[in-house]
Ligand binder design. Structure first.
Ligand SMILES: [Zn+2]
Length: 250
């Protein structure tokens, strides 16, 4: 699984990558994500970021369940550093410090990239507060915006939805670049006319004017099918009458 954190401070790259903290040697995450949106890879192996995880919470990410139970120590525990990647995202973590737009965007990209690499879905993405039995609250706080969305509050489920959206697109996609809706601004009559009068199909080869009238509207096609069926029914009726006549004669 991929586990997300806030640093609860500023400019902690050296701490995370090199120095560590008292009782906890570096690296303290696999990725350090600065407010600028610049990510620094700090470890390619085990990193001390996750602490002890509740087994029930961890299992829900490992098995990619659609819901994640509150971490319960009674369910058992695992060493989170054995089983997860970690990203330390620069933020004071006081619930007021804002994650800049470019930082949140990079954050979603990093999570999605790791999921893509491993063939994981968005339910492999979690937050420290969702797994910790030590009462962690990270990450939290307001986000400046994302895609066409304005300011909002960071939540794990919102974050997973953003990772999920990203995974539905090509890696080069950017949020807010929505596909144009070909039916935007059309009313019922426009839709009818587009479907029945404007859309054209190649004329059936048997049509007498197929050389000159090469494309037909859908309604012309329907009329042609109707006429052809009426003609065939007449022909069948005539054949039946002929057969009946022949039977009488024999
Ligand atoms: Zn944390």
């Amino acid at each position: 699984m991929f586990l997300n954190h806030h640093t609860a401070g500023r400019n902690a790259l050296d701490t995370v990558a090199k120095n560590g903290v008292a009782g906890l040697p570096a690296p303290l995450a696999h990725v350090y994500l600065a407010r600028s949106g610049v990510a620094t890879m700090c470890s390619a192996g085990r990193a001390n970021h996750a602490g002890t995880m509740a087994l029930n919470a961890y299992a829900s990410f490992r098995d990619e369940k659609t819901t994640h139970p509150a971490p319960s120590k009674a369910s058992g525990t695992v060493d989170g550093n054995d089983v997860s990647y970690g990203c330390e995202t620069e933020n004071l973590g006081d619930g007021e410090d804002v994650y800049p737009r470019e930082q949140y965007d990079a954050w979603v990209r990093i999570n999605a990239a790791v999921c893509r690499h491993h063939g994981w879905g968005p339910e492999s993405v979690g937050c420290h507060k969702e797994t910790s039995i030590e009462g962690k609250v990270d990450p939290r706080g307001p986000v400046e915006g994302y895609g066409s969305r304005g300011r909002f509050e960071y939540t794990p489920s919102r974050f997973r939805a953003d990772v999920a959206e990203r995974l539905r697109h090509e890696p080069g996609w950017s949020p807010g670049e929505e596909e144009e809706d070909p039916m935007a601004g059309m009313d019922k009559d426009d839709v009818f006319s587009a479907a029945w009068d404007t859309d054209k199909l190649p004329a059936p080869p048997s049509a007498p004017d197929a050389d000159t009238n090469t494309h037909w509207t859908a309604s012309s096609y329907l009329r042609s099918i109707y006429n052809s069926q009426v003609r065939q029914e007449k022909e069948i009726a005539a054949l039946r009458a002929e057969v009946a006549e022949l039977k009488k004669e024999s």
